[in-house]
Design a protein around this ligand. Structure first.
Ligand code: ZN
Length: 600
């Protein structure tokens, strides 16, 4: 997670000037210059307000951050509206046209010009988000809040209790949102049309340097590349669930019951790793948390290790202010937001992370991930304001995750955490790979269908009366899962997932999952790695660092294929690297699944 300023402005009232007074190339250029100046100035103040709100929560810091949020929204609205005035101006330079497009795409839900529309959209969106936040399911008939029910879905192994939690959550949280959501779609679509897009879905898909239709096809192409791996994982996990729960709960064939996978949305399955882990393969051979404790690591030493990864690639050390201004541990005397994030407060070199680091394996990985955002931010800090971003919205997360993938046993040896003699033999890797696949591979169809559903809703292909039916159909088609109980046509299961009421586009997460493996394989190839891909360490490889930095330094200034090519040599996103990474697991799964009727 990183701190986004410009691209997250949610609600926008567009008061489009339809009076067609002539706009010139010079007007457009001047408009962009002014916009970047304004945005940059706002961004620094807004970051400061948000930083202190997140690291010292009081009514006052909340109010200040809210004030800057409101100003930011107002600014995004005005600039999107202004940018749309230049739609028909011919002869604009590449940069001016690109920046105008970014300004138009800087809003997620545009409201149309007509009186009251912006207010209504704002009220609905706020209500949806707060309904989600306050949402409760039940366990044993007693109310249970969102974060507790999420945890309980991961630890409970009683199918009746799982069914109760799943059903109550979807009924209580999702169903009441249905009418509001359909109204929101109608209003935002009108706004998107006024900005020159066919509908909101097309507007979201327009940020990828290709047509909205081509982007939808690109998502499908990537999915087809990785689907064989998902199918094998699905087949294996279904068999294990059938063994554990019996045919009355989980049939040996057909789809998997959605509540049995350890996650409310069946989007990541590693919480039920214990259910599916085969004997002798479940143990990864070493315990990173224990190693960190044993070697006397504290939070600062963990961050230094993370920095060391990047400096080993030839990237510069973090600035002194990073160490002075970051929040590394949870303060004893005040409320803070512990959720990990990376910041670049002045858009130059005021880099920070905000975490509540504990000495454990998970936080060690998260540190490497967050610093990926910081190094990306720093690499592009010379660019104009509107280019201070990832090459597309999947890149930033993919960078952090790609570095996190590099925390291999070989790397742990190189930094002195693990004794070379204790590097586990390759047969131990299956457990590690299986657990990883249960998060990263299991996520793919969910990451794909979230926006597939919304694209259909925004385009009108899915009518309000079919919201539920089409959602369930997509879940079956892509994930191969079914609800534990019959769903009424009036239910609204999509609303039970935060990013739907929260109106956060989701394709970026799917892309980040694909790209992180593509980056990792590119680094391995450049380092001349010969062993199994998932064991590669390119720690200390300055040639890899050089090429990586070329991609990072481009920010969003060029179409993303240019950035991708700078590092990987390829202009196409490619799911085959993920397949290569999980090759030993794929082979093992195919053996395990022999004789089983895979598919659903
Ligand atoms: Zn992140």
């Amino acid at each position: 997670m990183r701190n986004l300023i410009l691209r997250t402005a949610l609600l926008v009232a567009l008061t489009l000037s339809t009076s067609a007074f002539a706009q010139t190339v010079a007007d457009a250029t001047a408009f962009i210059t002014q916009a970047e100046k304004e945005l940059a100035a706002h961004s620094v103040l807004s970051s400061r307000a948000n930083w202190i709100k997140s690291t010292y929560i009081t009514d006052d810091t909340d109010a200040l951050a809210a004030e800057f949020g409101a100003r930011g929204t107002e600014m995004s609205v005005r600039l999107a509206k202004g940018a749309a005035r230049f739609d028909s101006v011919k002869g604009l330079s590449f940069d001016v046209r690109r920046k105008l497009d970014f300004l138009k795409q800087g809003i997620v839900l545009p409201a149309p010009e007509k009186p009251g529309a912006a207010e209504e959209l704002n009220v609905i969106a706020t209500r949806l988000e707060s309904q989600y936040g306050k949402g409760k399911g039940t366990l044993d008939g007693k109310p249970i809040n969102g974060s507790d029910i999420e945890d309980a879905m991961g630890t409970t192994r009683d199918p009746d209790k799982l069914k109760e939690m799943w059903t109550s959550w979807h009924n209580n949280v999702g169903t009441p949102m249905r009418d509001d959501y359909s109204r929101l779609v109608t209003i935002a679509n009108e706004g998107a049309k006024e900005l020159g897009y066919v509908d909101v879905g097309a507007m979201w898909r327009s940020g990828y340097d290709m047509s909205a239709d081509d982007f939808a096809r690109e998502m499908d192409r990537l999915w087809m590349q990785v689907k064989p791996l998902y199918d094998q994982l699905h087949c294996y996990v279904r068999a294990k669930l059938h063994e554990k729960y019996g045919a009355n709960v989980q049939s040996a064939t057909g789809p998997i019951r959605a509540d049995l996978l350890g996650n409310m949305w069946a989007q990541q399955w590693s919480d039920i790793y214990d259910v599916v882990a085969p004997k002798g393969v479940g143990d990864v051979g070493y315990d990173l948390t224990a190693l960190l404790v044993e070697k006397g690591y504290d939070p600062i030493k963990m961050v230094k290790a993370g920095e060391g990864f990047y400096t080993s690639l030839g990237l510069p050390a973090l600035p002194a202010t990073f160490w002075e201004r970051s929040q590394f541990t949870k303060p004893r005397d005040r409320e803070v937001v512990c959720h990990a994030s990376a910041w670049d407060v002045d858009n130059k070199d005021d880099l920070r992370i905000k975490m509540c680091i504990k000495v454990n394996a998970n936080d060690f990985v998260v540190i490497h991930h967050e610093l990926g955002h910081n190094y990306y931010q720093r690499a592009y800090n010379q660019l104009p304001f509107l280019y201070l971003n990832g090459a597309h919205d999947g890149f930033h997360e993919a960078i952090g995750d790609f570095i996190a993938l590099s925390i291999t046993p070989e790397y742990l040896v190189q930094i002195g955490l693990l004794d070379a003699a204790k590097v586990p033999s390759a047969d131990k890797d299956l457990g590690l790979l299986l657990r990883q696949a249960m998060d990263k591979v299991a996520f793919l169809p969910f990451g794909l269908l979230m926006d597939k559903w919304r694209w259909g809703v925004f385009s009108g292909a899915t009518k309000p009366a079919d919201y539920q039916k089409d959602w369930t159909a997509l879940r079956l088609r892509y994930q191969g899962i079914v609800p534990p109980v019959e769903r009424a046509a009036t239910a609204f299961d999509p609303g039970a997932k935060y990013h739907i009421p929260g109106n956060t586009p989701y394709a970026r997460y799917f892309l980040a999952h694909i790209l992180q493996f593509q980056f990792y394989k590119a680094a391995a190839d450049q380092a001349g790695w010969k062993g199994p891909l998932h064991r590669c360490s390119f720690y200390g490889n300055k040639a890899v660092g050089d090429r990586l930095n070329k991609m990072l330094a481009m920010g969003s200034s060029k179409p993303w294929p240019d950035a991708l090519e700078a590092f990987t040599g390829s202009r196409k996103m490619d799911g085959s690297a993920m397949i290569a990474y999980f090759q030993p697991l794929m082979k093992w799964l195919e053996e395990q699944n022999k004789g089983r009727p895979c598919g659903w």
